[in-house]
Design a protein around this ligand. Structure first.
Ligand code: ATP
Length: 346
């Protein structure tokens, strides 16, 4: 196990493109950190620099007490799990799991013991003599995990490991990976573009946008107090409502209604409210028109308008609702405010 520290790590590709601007963070021993962001934001580049598969242009990287900028990937004491499993098709599950150990000339008895341990942990006992082609996607991903586990690494790196699986299996595997990580206590960095994976698996989330870190925080911090409109819109499905409001004397008004206090300056401001923090309330001050009701079984989403603004409201499955006029109130203390020009949280 190990701590990981990035100090002003930057990546310039040879064509001059800056894929990662100088970025710093510290990961505690045993922590599960998820790097999340849209396609092209630089999360894989960052992970590959930690793995040693990409050169670090500037900055220093420590794994444990060691600076590893110039240490070979094989000597960084890490194990990586990829989206495409990278299993050897001609080898059995047992041989795939044992491969790295065998390569390092680990004694046969120790290999057998470690493979047996990993196989029991991952429920692979019945599949050890099969080839990867005879396994389901989830089982293949477990074999890839097994290969990582037997190496007893200081650090696990996951690069979108679940993106090849269907939605149901992805849900199941993310619980399995999280439970396994808890049990083994190995420091882990997990890259995904899926904000649900980030929310459900992470101890802390790092949200990236265009090569920059937008926010580092627990899932609750990132969800409830997004550092920018980018984070507010990226985390959460449906995203936070971002509305054009006005501040005057500290009071924030939207659609001629006082919503919250605490604006630092007068003028236009972006008001952020999560769909579940808008309440259907006959006495509520916001008069909306419900345009579309989206039925999702356990709950419903109301797509509504108020003047030129569109907003989404989350209601329970038992709420009586029909298209047309309705009234809303805002759950006290839930509104976020962002600067119009920068999108940063105020
Ligand atoms: P995805 O989820 O699509 O994999 P990502 O967030 O992991 O995206 P990266 O793969 O890290 O993004 O790429 C970050 C940016 O760097 C992208 O704009 C990409 O086009 C660019 N990039 C990646 N590799 C190179 C390279 N070898 N040379 C130049 N630019 C590159």
């Amino acid at each position: 196990m190990a701590q990981v520290s990035l100090n002003a790590i930057r990546k310039l590709y040879p064509n001059g493109f800056e894929a990662v601007t100088p970025s710093s963070f510290h990961i505690d021993d045993g922590e599960f950190v998820v790097l999340v962001g849209p396609s092209g934001c630089g999360k894989s580049t960052l992970l590959r620099m930690i793995a040693g598969l990409e050169d670090i242009t500037e900055g220093t990287l420590h794994i444990g007490d060691r600076e590893v900028n110039n240490v070979d990937p094989a000597d960084r004491d890490i194990a990586m799990v990829f989206q495409n499993y990278a299993l050897y098709p001609h080898m059995t599950v047992r041989k795939n799991i044992a491969y790295g150990l065998k390569n390092r000339k680990t004694p046969a008895a120790e290999i057998d013991r470690k493979v047996a341990e990993a196989s029991a942990l991952l429920n692979l006992d019945d599949y050890l003599d099969r080839k990867p082609s005879q396994l389901s996607g989830g089982q293949r991903q477990r074999v890839a995990m097994g290969r990582a586990i037997v190496r007893d690494p200081a650090l696990f790196l996951f690069d979108e490991p679940l993106s090849n699986l269907d939605a149901k299996l992805r849900n199941q595997m993310r619980i399995e990976i999280k439970a396994l990580q808890r049990r083994l206590g190995v420091t882990s960095i997990y890259v995904t573009h899926d904000q649900v994976e980030a929310m459900t698996m992470a101890d802390r989330i790092i949200v990236m946008n265009s090569g920059k870190i937008e926010q580092i925080g627990t899932p609750a911090e990132v969800y409830h107090s997004p550092a920018s409109t980018f984070v507010a819109a990226f985390m959460g499905a449906p995203p936070m409502n971002l509305l054009n409001a006005r501040a005057s004397g500290g009071s924030v008004r939207f659609a001629d209604t006082h919503i919250t206090d605490g604006a630092p300056a007068d003028g236009p401001v972006t008001l952020g409210i999560r769909p579940e923090d808008l309440l259907l309330d006959p006495a509520g001050p916001l008069s909306i028109t419900i345009d579309i009701i989206e039925e999702l079984g356990a709950h419903r989403l109301l797509h509504a308008s108020i003047g030129q603004e569109q907003l989404t409201v989350h209601v329970g499955k038992d709420t009586e609702v029909s298209p047309g006029p309705a009234n809303l109130s805002v759950k006290p203390g839930t509104a976020s405010l962002f600067a119009i020009e920068t999108g940063k949280r105020l």
